[in-house]
Design a protein around this ligand. Structure first.
Ligand code: HEM
Length: 468
């Protein structure tokens, strides 16, 4: 049956400024997405044009539209973004432009099928010991320090955990060196895209050189690993992965997947850890209940995989933290053909902006959505399109089990040993990447169970209801 379309309806949205069109509103979205998106939703409904009368960017809000946009990847495809405008055969595009996230259709299905076994829960359990060792190393480093930047420390932790799991390196200096190179590469890409001019001195030129250096390092690592049969690191598992018909991943694909896994895994998990610790600090009773659970089950030791399953309150805390501050807060897709979205017609080429963040704040799905309430998960059950910190559909995060295991191991180990206290009156600004823009200074104290709420400033106070 043909879909009935409320044809020719004009999608509501804020006015377009003369000459600038949707760009002025896009700037607002970039500047303060977590206030602007709820405002658009409140004023205009579930389908909103970023500029009225212009269908270049359209927002789609809520579970029904999440389902429509995320469950039909051939109609609403992921976009290669700025990479598609760059010359193809360059180190930068070979490394960053062929990620699983950007793959489409049969190619995506085939590559994902090959990669999936490396991310099964049983496979991920193999990384438990390394994860714990790296967490404990960080905690030892904190001894004697009075203050840390919590956000940066969590980045360094997840960077080393991801590098260790991916490449299985033993030497700490080597892990740091490769982690540093990978992190620099991730940070350089947006700068390179501003003006892709290949002239010495420009960010684009520097990024290409960095990409070439990384490509060589990854290629020689892959060559080395091809000769090893015993290794359990992710890259080795991917090297030996094969389809029923014998298809395997080529070196070029492996280089690109190694980079993608790093860039997709490290800063998302660090944001989840940073915000969970922040939220606990703002909710003394929840913090206390969690530490009680950890101490009664673990007695000061890091959890085994079996024990992780007994930590029901830790599970609820992490789940709630990923609801209220999901590290992938906003996503986009591109319509490949004229189509219908929430009763409106869209032309091919429209970019659809959807938001996990906004969905997680809908009062019809979550009572008191702006409050951090892990207890809600005792009775609450939500569908894949109503609760989607790892997205949903064919591009759902392949590393979700890895991230949850890593985050829970780190929290359980850390919170039994230290009480981190955000420095009073710190200004905390949540930026578009879901990180605290100015870092998060925290005092390092022994776990003395002196839980109390510390006053903070910044837009975080509009984003989360911290009133008693
Ligand atoms: C708390 C941590 C994490 C969060 C919140 C998260 C979130 C997400 C989200 C929202 C997507 C979908 C993006 C889209 O649909 O456009 C995604 C995809 C992906 N994530 Fe994660 N992620 C996390 C950790 C990880 C880790 C640890 C890894 C790998 C080690 C990883 C690897 C990937 C990959 C490869 C994709 C692309 C999947 C595909 O397109 O088929 N992520 N992630």
């Amino acid at each position: 049956m043909a879909t009935i379309i409320a044809a020719k309806n004009v999608i509501p949205g804020p006015r377009a400024l003369p000459l600038l069109g949707w760009r002025a509103n896009m700037l607002k979205l970039f500047r303060d997405p977590f206030t602007y998106l709820p405002l658009l939703h409140k004023q205009y409904g579930n389908v909103v044009a970023l500029a009225e009368g212009d269908l270049t960017y359209v927002c789609a809000f809520g579970p029904a539209l999440n389902f429509q946009v995320l469950s039909k990847p051939d109609l609403f495809e992921v976009s290669a973004g700025p990479f598609q405008k760059l010359p193809e055969n360059t180190p930068l595009v070979r490394i960053g432009g062929n990620s699983l996230q950007m793959m489409k259709g049969e190619k995506h299905r085939q590559q994902r099928r090959l990669m999936q076994p490396a991310f099964h829960r049983q496979q991920v359990a193999h990384y438990r010991d390394n994860m714990v060792t790296l967490v404990q190393r960080m905690l030892d480093r904190w001894q004697g320090r009075s203050e840390i930047d919590l956000s940066r420390e969590m980045e360094l932790l997840t960077r080393s955990v991801t590098v260790k799991a991916l490449f299985g390196l033993d030497n700490e200096a080597e892990i740091d060196q490769l982690g540093n190179l990978l992190e620099r590469m991730v940070a350089q890409i947006p700068l390179a895209m501003i003006a892709p001019i290949n002239v010495p001195g420009t960010p684009y030129y520097q990024t290409q050189r960095l990409a070439a250096q990384l490509e060589t390092a990854l290629q020689s690592m892959i060559a080395r690993k091809r000769t090893q049969t015993e290794a359990h690191d992710l890259l080795s598992v991917l090297i030996h992965a094969h389809d029923e018909d014998g298809t395997t991943l080529h070196d070029k694909e492996l280089v690109s997947h190694a980079f993608t896994l790093f860039s997709a895994g490290f800063s998302t998990t660090s944001a989840a850890l940073t915000w969970t610790i922040f939220l606990l600090g703002q909710h003394p009773r929840i913090y206390e209940r969690l530490v009680d659970e950890l101490l009664s089950v673990l007695h000061g030791e890091p959890p085994t995989i079996e024990q992780l399953k007994q930590l029901a309150y830790l599970d609820a805390v992490v789940k709630e933290s990923l609801r209220i501050l999901p590290p992938g807060g906003i996503g986009q897709r591109r319509a490949t053909a004229p189509c219908e979205l929430g009763g409106y017609e869209l032309p091919a080429g429209s970019t659809i902006i959807y938001s996990e963040y906004l969905t997680h704040r809908l009062p019809e799905l979550y009572e008191e959505p702006d409050r951090f309430k892990p207890e809600r998960w005792n009775t609450l059950n939500r569908t894949a399109y109503e609760y989607l910190p790892f997205s949903a559909g064919q591009h759902r995060c392949i590393g979700a089990d890895f991230a949850l295991q890593e985050a829970k191991l780190a929290l359980a180990t850390l919170l039994q040993r230290y009480r981190l206290e955000i420095v009073p009156n710190t200004t905390i600004k949540l930026d578009l990447t879901m990180h605290p823009k100015y870092g998060l200074p925290a005092r390092v104290l022994p776990q003395d169970r002196q839980f109390s709420r510390i006053p903070v400033r910044g837009n975080i106070r509009q984003i989360i209801n911290l009133d008693e």
